[in-house]
Design a protein around this ligand. Structure first.
Ligand code: CMP
Length: 141
């Protein structure tokens, strides 16, 4: 059993696709064990995406991520990190496979609907960035 972090980004939230995207996760065996809606500050977005600080797209990424609220979730399931990545599709929606979240709900690499942790190690860090232990709800049934 793994846990991973998912963010529904401001573009997809703005287009009212929160439910459509969660449905993809639930239909594919992932369970939401914590969730919250929040409007990231510039410093929160900069800190979350710190690894990309030196990349040319960093400034635009931070700017986009603060344009509107995001919906942040902890997903749990077998092989959750990879399952989430497969469901999201390629970072660039124009290269994402048909039927993936990014192919269906996004148009550009800058506004690509969702973020998902890229490894189990980063999943742990990203979950801790947004959620404290007592905000995670174990599924008891
Ligand atoms: P995400 O998975 O949230 O991680 C970093 C984000 O930067 C990525 O999705 C894209 O939305 C954005 N981005 C913009 N340009 C690029 C690029 N050339 N390579 C990777 N990510 C990019």
């Amino acid at each position: 059993m793994e846990r991973t972090l998912s963010i529904i980004k401001p573009d997809a939230v703005g287009k009212n696709h929160i439910g459509d995207i969660i449905q993809r996760f639930e239909k594919n065996g992932l369970k939401v064990i914590s969730a919250k809606m929040m409007h990231l500050s510039k410093s929160q977005a900069e800190k979350f995406y710190e690894v990309h600080k030196a990349r040319p797209f960093f400034k635009d990424l931070v700017s986009f991520m603060t344009t509107g609220p995001v919906f942040v979730m902890v997903l749990e399931g077998n092989n959750a990190v990879q399952v989430n990545r497969d469901l999201m599709g390629a970072t660039d929606p124009s290269k994402a496979e048909k039927g993936t979240i990014r192919a269906d709900f996004a148009k550009t690499i800058d506004e690509n609907a969702v973020h998902g942790s890229d490894s189990l190690e980063n999943a742990k860090k990203e979950i801790e960035f947004f959620f404290s232990g007592n905000e995670i709800c174990e599924r008891t049934r």
